[in-house]
Design a protein around this ligand. Structure first.
Ligand SMILES: *[C@@H]1O[C@H](CO)[C@@H](O)[C@H](O)[C@H]1NC(C)=O
Ligand SMILES: *[C@@H]1O[C@H](CO)[C@@H](O)[C@H](O)[C@H]1NC(C)=O
Length: 390
């Protein structure tokens, strides 16, 4: 079982790894040492670059919400794999929502960060696989937890700043409907209908002003049919994001609107309606061509856990429950446990490679924050404590 192949290649580590995992080899003769993960500084340029790629991959995997940008690296460990299989990085990233929708597929570096009073911030944990000779940079799993900036603190600093509104508020829907009607009226031919409201706030300035952001889909109706048209769209894929405002002043209404359209996308694997996208499916997207190393694009989607983004309410709204200040409740709980076995479990990553040999990496329980490098967390882009997870 421990026999080595005369010409060691990548595919050969499997029996060795399995053996190590099963602890079958006895304590006396481990064929390969178990290397503990290495802590890196959170301001190292190489680490920042990898963290940027990891976040890009997370954004690319998401179907809704806004693109997340990297505010700072909070923690990073590298677990070098045996037999030059590359490394698994355990990243904890402090992130901020930008003003780009994930469906725009824009790189987070090209997106604007929200103004402080509209900020949504939080933390992501990611298991990032890096194999430079194999040209692989791939997030195997992630989870994020986000919260809106503290309404109470914003209100103290800026009593006149807009405050968030419930997306179901009738005024929010009215603002979306009226601003979209204005957009359609000014549009040459194509008509659009509301897909989903994604953000809403309001402010008193000599009258009430409402600000909304919403996704739109193409309407099959022409301009002339307008409101009398009852045709159902053949698909309901969001095609753009609009920002609308409605100001009411002395019984007068002022409406403004701007819309940004998404680049046509190659159909997402597992998408309900792959025929919906007429985009040039085989051309690399801007994002991909900017990326130096990419995972094979046609990798079959494996039953490997990717992740999700969890939205929690304003922290202020939760304070009353745990009255004592130093309660151990985590403000931004992010769970990313692929295993609880301290020796780790092996994970098949063969699907990331073009050659058919089986490749497995060892995944460990997510490292504890307490053992992170003294150079962590790194410096923040937005250093305001209101948008930094504690
Ligand atoms: C990610 O978080 C969800 C809960 O939000 C949890 O059910 C899931 O197990 C987590 N994923 C991993 C790999 O831990
Ligand atoms: C982080 O790194 C940059 C560039 O290497 C350096 O200019 C900056 O001073 C560092 N910041 C901290 C807090 O170490």
């Amino acid at each position: 079982m421990l026999e080595r192949h005369p010409s060691p290649g990548m595919g050969l580590l499997l029996p060795v790894v399995l053996c190590a995992l099963a602890a079958c080899c006895g304590a006396t003769s481990p064929p390969l040492r178990f290397w503990p993960p290495i802590a890196h500084g959170c301001n190292d340029s190489g680490i920042l670059e990898l963290a940027g790629f990891a976040l890009q991959d997370i954004n690319r995997d998401r179907k809704d919400g806004y693109v997340l940008s990297l505010n700072r690296v909070s923690d990073v460990r590298e677990h070098r794999q045996v037999n030059s299989l590359g490394s698994l990085f355990y990243f904890t990233l402090d992130v901020l929502e930008t003003d780009c929708h994930v469906l725009s597929r824009k790189a987070w570096k090209d997106c604007g960060v929200r103004t402080l009073h509209k900020s949504v911030y939080g933390q992501c944990k990611a298991l990032f696989y890096v194999n430079r000779p194999g040209r692989v940079l791939y997030v195997l799993a992630y989870n994020c937890t986000l919260r809106p900036v503290s309404r109470r603190s914003i209100h103290m600093m800026c009593p006149d700043c807009p405050s968030p509104f419930k997306l179901s508020n009738p005024k929010v829907l009215e603002t979306a409907a009226e601003s979209l009607a204005k957009y359609n009226k000014e549009s040459a031919s194509k008509q659009y209908s509301l897909f989903q409201v994604t953000q809403a706030s309001g402010q008193w300035v000599f009258g009430f002003a409402f600000f909304v952001e919403y996704l739109i889909k193409e309407s099959p109706c022409t301009k002339h049919q307008a409101s009398s048209c009852a045709l159902q769209p053949p698909d309901s894929v969001p095609v753009g994001l609009c920002k609308g405002t409605l100001t009411e002043r002395q019984l007068q209404k002022f409406v403004s609107v701007t819309c940004d359209f998404f680049e046509p996308q190659a159909p997402a694997p597992g998408g309900e309606n792959p025929a919906a996208n007429q985009g040039p499916a085989d051309l690399p997207t801007v994002e991909e061509s900017q990326q130096k190393i990419i995972a094979p694009t046609n990798s079959p989607s494996k039953a490997v856990p990717k992740g999700s983004v969890q939205y929690l309410p304003d922290l202020d709204d939760e304070k009353p429950e745990d009255a004592q200040e130093n309660s151990p409740v985590e403000a931004f709980p992010v769970q990313l446990e692929l295993t609880t076995d301290p020796l780790g479990e092996s994970l098949d990553v063969s699907f990331l490679f073009l050659d058919p040999e089986e490749k497995k990496v060892v995944v460990l329980p997510f490292p504890k924050k307490e053992q992170r490098s003294a150079e962590c967390p790194g410096p923040a882009q937005q250093a305001n404590p209101l948008v930094l997870p504690p």
